[in-house]
Ligand binder design. Structure first.
Ligand code: XUL
Ligand code: CO
Length: 448
């Protein structure tokens, strides 16, 4: 193995290792949990843009990142050389997947034709390294928001020239998905929303967006691309309102435009929080609609109200998300956990990139262990079954089987004293549920 990063492959060291070493405390790829190896439950992916391209800028300061390929000055030389660094990173970290935008890989030329040629040269190298390592894209996507031409959106731009460019760009990106065998293809509508309703034709923009997605479905069919299409909801930023606001809004949009058979959702923790939801809420909403596709694993910060893409470390959240995944049986038909996350600006060394991924992988592995124990004991399942038990018989059953009318309900309710109704609701003890979950986290990880 080459040593471009000057770092040893990350070992499993367990909980007793010294605090500062690079090693996994919980993640053991081949360890079987709830009937499957950890690596198959979690299917970790590295995000090309954050890990290899992000310079760790913030709105007030320049980039601080130090990367081992910083000495390349020509953009194409850099783009080509960087691919080797990325694959070595995946191997040393021990992940099987990566995710990328077209524009993460190669610089743009003056025309789409030139840009495509740059991109194809880099994709050739990616294909070689995929064949050598067996590491493949969990998904790819098209950056239809970075370049200045997309200042008012891509598929929802009011300018037809921009829509046409976006369509052409998307076409090539789908061809790359086919060539590299991407398991999913993501649409994140970064600028598909509005800043100001006064200059916006809401209906027309959403019609255009749906046309764009239908064209993608048609072209995938034409070239035999079988990647699962995913929409990634986010409520705002960079727009003040994004059309794919959250899981529920996106599902309604897909159903309205007859796209729900072809798309599922890629859900991100920090986006959920921006929409005023927990990550678990977004996963549950997608699950009950049969629309769970994949996960962008990151977390927000309680004190910062924007998308800061922290590596996940909150065990309560990873436990909740993995509980949903265990209940579902998988993340999605082809889903995984993509670390759409970056180190803080103060963590600028190459080693910090490994540290960030290690805490993320360990936090999800720990969440998996805790959630598996909760499932084995059936404590949540029992609690929920009991809570809705009154719908299994009597008046409740007649509601669920569709036979009850309002007159039946009136006849049932007319003479029941208030105290009896209240008594029938029992106490939910939500506080003790939370205490029990805390115990599961402490006990399961303490024993492990
Ligand atoms: C932006 C975001 C994107 C998508 C891919 O907030 O999450 O990186 O995941 O375009
Ligand atoms: Co994301």
């Amino acid at each position: 193995m080459s040593d471009l990063w000057n770092i040893e492959p990350i070992p499993f060291v367990g909980k007793t290792s010294p605090q500062q070493g690079l090693g996994f405390r919980y993640y053991q790829p081949d360890r079987v949990v709830a009937g499957k190896p950890m690596k198959d439950w979690l299917r970790f992916a590295v995000a090309y843009w954050h890990t290899f391209d992000q310079r760790l800028v913030d709105p007030f300061g320049e980039g601080t990142a130090q990367r081992p390929y910083d000495h390349f000055t020509d953009p194409m030389d850099l783009a080509l050389a960087k691919v080797d660094y990325t694959f070595e990173f995946y191997r040393k970290l021990g992940v099987g997947y990566f995710c990328f935008h077209d524009r993460d890989l190669a610089p743009e030329g003056d025309t789409l034709r030139e840009t495509n040629a740059n991109l194809d040269r880099v994709v050739d190298r990616v294909a070689e390294l995929q064949a050598e390592t067996g590491i493949t894209p969990l998904w790819n996507t098209s950056s239809l928001f970075t370049n200045a031409r997309f200042l008012s959106g891509a598929a929802t731009s009011p300018f037809a020239e921009v829509f046409a460019y976006a369509g052409g760009q998307l076409k090539h990106s789908l061809e790359i998905a086919k060539r590299l065998g991407s398991e999913n293809y993501v649409f994140w509508g970064g600028r598909e929303g509005y800043e100001n309703l006064w200059n916006t034709d809401l209906r027309r923009e959403q019609d255009h967006m749906a046309r764009f997605l239908h064209m993608a479905v048609d072209y995938a069919q034409e070239i035999g691309l079988d990647a699962q299409f995913l929409i990634e909801p986010k409520p705002k930023e960079p727009t003040s309102h994004q059309y794919d606001f959250d899981a529920a809004t996106t599902i309604a949009f897909l159903k309205t435009y007859g796209l729900d058979g072809d798309f599922k959702l890629n859900l991100e923790g920090n986006h959920a929080n921006l929409a005023g939801h927990t990550y678990q809420h977004e996963v549950r909403v997608a699950r009950v609609a049969g629309m769970l596709g994949s996960l962008d694993a990151n977390q927000g910060d309680k004190l910062i109200g924007w998308d800061i893409d922290e590596f996940p470390s909150d065990l309560y959240e990873t436990t909740s998300v993995m509980w949903e995944i265990l209940d579902e049986g998988r993340i999605g038909p082809h889903g995984g956990l993509n670390f759409d996350a970056k180190p803080r600006r103060t963590s600028f060394t190459a080693e910090d990139l490994f540290r960030g991924h290690i805490v993320g992988m360990d936090s999800y592995a720990a969440g998996l262990l805790v959630a598996a124990q909760m499932h084995e004991d059936g404590f949540i399942e029992d609690l929920v079954a009991e809570r809705y038990g009154s719908f299994d018989q009597g008046v409740g059953a007649s509601v669920e089987d569709g036979t009850a009318t309002l007159a039946d309900l009136e006849a049932h309710a007319l003479d029941v004293p208030q105290a009896d109704i209240l008594a029938s609701t029992r106490s939910d003890h939500l506080e003790s549920v939370k205490a029990t979950i805390n115990n599961y986290i402490v006990d399961t990880l303490g024993r492990d």
